[in-house]
Design a protein around this ligand. Structure first.
Ligand code: BES
Ligand code: MN
Ligand code: ZN
Length: 484
């Protein structure tokens, strides 16, 4: 989908040829001269376009206009939520006629938040997964012209939103692929494909290399599957070598059966989404490739399957992590923290200014926060503030959760330095407390995206979150939280 930003007035826009013209109207609309404005004023006066955000009026081949279809779209106060609802209603309406060329005219030049909501919703509402279908309904929209009275101030946000959409779509693609089409090896290939862009490098470590490094926790998770694990190291070098990077660590379990602590059959298919953290890291790199900002970023992705094979790790097994700490694996279904802990130790070598891990880590986080906000856990107040701000600005919000040491009580065991599970209460927090033990030498944050990374039910599919949050954090949080 190609976006274009342009400055146009209400009379010029009527002369644009397109399959559909969406005219976005604010509740503060005041009629002026011109055919379009008169039409809107008449429709409102007659009560055919209500003031409720999301109301639509659909007009076929309007006389005197060059579009095949005109849709008046009520934004109300044009808050991001209003815009999202209105634009998705409008796309839902016109989708049947498979429009290719769209003009979206903002009757009033929008705030950047409303432009973001429009672009993200246009992309999302017209998205179609096609990779493993023989007769897919591909996205019809090719080109969208975002027209408004004065677009000058929005040129730079527009570029960021275009890049965000590219990143989100890559994250969705890999999130949605079934596990047999997104094995650790295929995923590593996708990561390495990003190295064709300027300033991006990709390296993949295999099991042999990880044995040498002593990544006993990650290796233990992978050993139940015939699919070889992959440890992916992505680098985006946009600044000088001396500038400490932000390290992003994405959980890349391409399928989570639970292992010997097998999950119930119902909805187990959704565990193909257990690499959405890793997919969001790919998405961020895709966006960085587009924007080429002057920052350094490292992406670390431990990728493997969690299966109950004959060599699988067993409940009660004790393994030694790369940090040297021993871990009693009481539940093989708490595998995410095991692959992440070794990646967090590996992150130390980059002398990072901050490390952010992103993981579909716990069902408990879904219970706590649902699909609205991702769980944020953090050992540094500057970093947590920056991530919260990025969540808000990107409309991809998170919520700060506590990390009191008392939450780690349940991780104590008689047989190792730490157990990989505590009891059921506060399960998202005890998981974070486990990770925190491996992140003591740098500013660290953990995003539990178990509730936000994908949707279930008829709308089943990856959301591409939290690509938007991460990107805004990287681009806006200019002051490193803590430099080692
Ligand atoms: N990938 C799951 C977390 C998950 C479950 C995400 C359901 C979204 C929906 C993770 O590996 C897991 O299985 N976690 C366990 C931890 C438990 C054994 C302490 C969980 O949440 O049940
Ligand atoms: Mn699991
Ligand atoms: Zn998992």
């Amino acid at each position: 989908m190609n976006f274009e930003l342009s400055t146009t007035d209400a009379s010029a826009v009527t002369l644009q040829k397109c399959d559909a013209l969406l005219v976005l109207i604010n509740s503060t609309f005041k009629a002026s001269s011109g055919a379009l404005s008169t039409l809107v004023a008449k429709a409102q006066k007659a009560g055919d376009l209500s003031e409720k955000p999301g109301s639509l009026l659909d007009i076929y081949r309007p006389v005197g206009l060059e579009c095949k279809r005109l849709v008046l779209v009520q934004l109300g106060q044009a808050q991001p939520n209003d815009v999202r609802k209105a634009v998705s209603n409008a796309i839902g309406l016109i989708k049947v006629s498979q429009p290719k060329d769209l003009v979206v005219f903002f009757e009033q030049t929008p705030e950047s938040g409303a432009l973001r909501a429009t672009m993200l919703t246009l992309a999302d509402a017209s998205y179609s997964y096609i990779t493993t279908k023989t007769k897919p309904e591909a996205r019809s929209i090719r080109h969208v012209n975002l027209a408004m009275p004065n677009s000058a101030a929005l040129a730079s946000p527009f570029k960021r939103f275009v890049a965000t959409v590219l990143g989100i779509e890559l994250a969705k693609e890999w999130g949605n692929r079934p596990a047999n089409h997104a094995s650790p090896s295929l995923f590593a290939q996708a990561a390495c494909k990003l190295a064709k862009f300027a300033r991006i490098k990709c390296q993949v470590l295999d099991a042999k290399a990880l044995h040498k490094l002593g990544m006993g926790a990650f290796l233990a998770v992978a050993q139940g599957s015939a699919e070889p694990l992959q440890f992916i190291v992505l680098r985006y070098n946009g600044s000088t070598k001396t500038q400490p990077p932000v390290v992003l660590v994405g959980k890349g379990i391409t399928f989570d059966s639970g292992g010997i602590s097998l999950k119930p059959a119902a909805e187990m298919d959704e565990m193909k989404f257990d690499m959405c953290g890793a997919a969001s890291v790919l998405g961020v790199f895709r966006a960085l490739a587009e924007l080429q900002p002057a920052i350094n970023v490292v992406g670390l992705i431990p990728a493997c399957e969690n299966l109950p094979g004959s060599r699988a790790v067993k409940p009660g097994d004790v393994v030694t992590s790369m940090s040297g700490q021993t871990i009693e694996i009481l539940n093989t279904d708490a595998e995410g923290r095991l692959v992440l802990c070794d990646a967090l130790t590996y992150a130390e070598r980059f002398k990072p200014c901050a490390v952010v891990d992103i993981a579909t880590l716990t069902g408990a986080c879904v219970i706590a926060l649902g699909a609205v906000r991702s769980g944020l856990f953090c050992n540094d107040p500057h970093l947590s503030a920056a991530l919260q701000a990025a969540g808000d600005s990107s409309q991809d919000p998170c919520w700060l959760m506590p990390l009191d040491d008392d939450y780690a009580e349940g991780l104590k065991t008689n047989f190792a330095d730490v157990a990989n599970v505590a009891g059921r209460p506060a399960g998202a927090i005890s998981a974070a407390k486990f990770l925190q033990r491996f992140a003591s030498t740098y500013a660290w944050a953990h995003l539990d995206i178990a509730g936000t990374a994908w949707k279930s039910g008829t709308a089943k599919g990856a959301t591409g979150r939290p690509v938007g949050l991460l990107l805004d954090y990287l681009l806006d949080a200019t002051k490193p939280a803590k430099v080692l």
